[in-house]
Design a protein around this ligand. Structure first.
Ligand code: B12
Length: 103
């Protein structure tokens, strides 16, 4: 898979613009600051506004369990929290991103 790293401290607008321009299958967000509800929420909103909800959104960070259900209700496909092994994340991406996009 090709991964485009956009760098630190990107706004949701910059992230969604990059995903649209690059025709991305998925957006992976890392939010450690506690602003995950705002950041994920705005990314989901911008994807809807751009008719691009086929781009799957997933990610991780310092995210309390109690917020994960709400993020999933917003349409976030999966959240990984500290301690998640890289292999588990890679397996999830292999199983969920390409097949979902091809279907
Ligand atoms: C290094 C660090 C910093 C550095 C960041 C350097 C940098 N360039 O990134 C500096 C010094 C700048 C910093 C600043 C701040 N920090 Co700080 N920082 C940390 C620290 C020690 C490590 C964070 C880190 O990089 N972890 C590496 C990541 C990759 O690890 P991880 O979260 O375990 O990742 C796993 C999962 O979350 C998941 N995942 C994470 N991202 C993604 C993305 C994708 C796509 C996927 C699939 C999975 C995934 O998979 C990973 C593997 O298991 C943590 C404490 C800690 N031990 O976590 C505090 C911590 C994150 N910081 C904290 C705080 C409060 C701050 C500040 C607000 C402090 C301040 N008052 O200014 C600022 C916020 C800056 C900002 N805007 O985000 C708190 C956050 C509390 C919260 N959110 O509730 C923490 C948890 C410390 C604490 N216990 O209080 N910080």
């Amino acid at each position: 898979m090709e991964v485009i790293y956009t760098g630190l401290r990107q706004t949701p607008e910059m992230i969604v613009a990059a995903a649209l321009q690059e025709d991305a299958d998925a957006i992976g967000l890392s939010v450690l600051s506690g602003a995950h509800m705002t950041m994920f929420g705005r990314v989901m909103e911008l994807l809807r506004e751009n008719d691009a909800t086929d781009i799957r959104v997933f990610g991780g960070g310092i995210i309390p369990d109690s917020d994960i259900a709400e993020l999933e209700a917003m349409g976030v496909a999966r959240i990984f929290t500290p301690g998640a092994p890289t292999a588990e994340i890679a397996d999830w991406v292999r199983e969920n991103i390409r097949p979902a996009h091809a279907a």
